[in-house]
Unconditional design. Structure first.
Length: 240
């Protein structure tokens, strides 16, 4: 039992720090440790529960500078996508979809890291944002990974780090809430999930505080590279 709690708390603290720094990637950091000692469905439920906490914390800290308008198209697409993703998991094996997304993430983010001078995406507008939100919502409903696709899209836009986060942070909060409702209706959230959430919350909050302080100090280019490296890791995580 001590090993279970130790790995769980380690994953919670590290994932909280990374999420505070870049606004996503909680599942990327926590899941590899948690899957060693917890049931996979339990891990998905915990990831989305802590996702609500991490996104809420970030939005509260950014409340004086955030504009919710850029996130609306992503949210509208994602609300449709999450229930579909939950339904797909219960009907078919989602492995092929995960592999396809993982390969794309690895190839594209690897290319961007090798070619940092590549131009940003300026076309598509809100319809493209809505489509990206839908695809990301489907992936979130299937795996709990709502962040990688929409975060990559925002990194490719000509936005600074503040503009990126004000686009995807409200989206991720709504997606996590939608996923929790969908999981609860499917009977995938248990009392043990709630107990683990309470145990891990102090470590997650401490990590969030430290990560958010570092976020305030790094420039836009350093922030973009950190995001791309984490998205590259997300691709490998989806394959794994």
């Amino acid at each position: 039992m001590s090993l279970v709690i130790g790995l769980f708390l380690t994953g919670a603290g590290l994932a909280g720090f990374v999420s505070g720094l870049v606004g996503f990637a909680f599942a990327l950091v926590a899941a590899p440790l948690w899957l060693r000692v917890l049931d996979p469905l339990e891990v998905v439920a915990l990831v989305v529960c802590f996702g609500v906490l991490t996104q809420g914390y970030a939005l509260w800290n950014m409340r004086r500078e955030i504009d919710l308008v850029p996130s609306v198209p992503f949210i509208l697409g994602g609300i449709v996508g999450v229930p579909l993703g939950v339904w797909i998991v219960r009907q078919i094996d989602p492995h092929l979809f995960q592999v396809a997304v993982g390969v794309f993430m690895i190839a594209y983010t690897g290319f961007l890291l090798l070619r940092p001078d590549v131009g940003r995406i300026t076309r598509g507008g809100r319809p493209a944002d809505c489509a990206i939100g839908f695809v990301s919502g489907v992936l979130g409903g299937m795996t709990g990974f709502s962040g990688p696709i929409v975060t990559l899209w925002c990194a490719l836009r000509p936005w600074n780090k503040y503009e990126q986060r004000q686009a995807y942070q409200p989206y991720l909060l709504v997606m996590h809430l939608t996923t929790i409702v969908s999981l609860a209706m499917a009977g995938s959230v248990s009392w043990r999930t709630g107990e683990l959430f309470l145990i891990g919350t102090p470590l997650v909050v401490a990590g969030l505080w430290a990560g958010f302080r570092l976020y305030r100090r790094i420039d836009d280019e350093a922030y973009r590279r950190v995001v791309l490296w984490l998205l590259l890791a997300s691709g490998f995580s989806l394959l794994w």
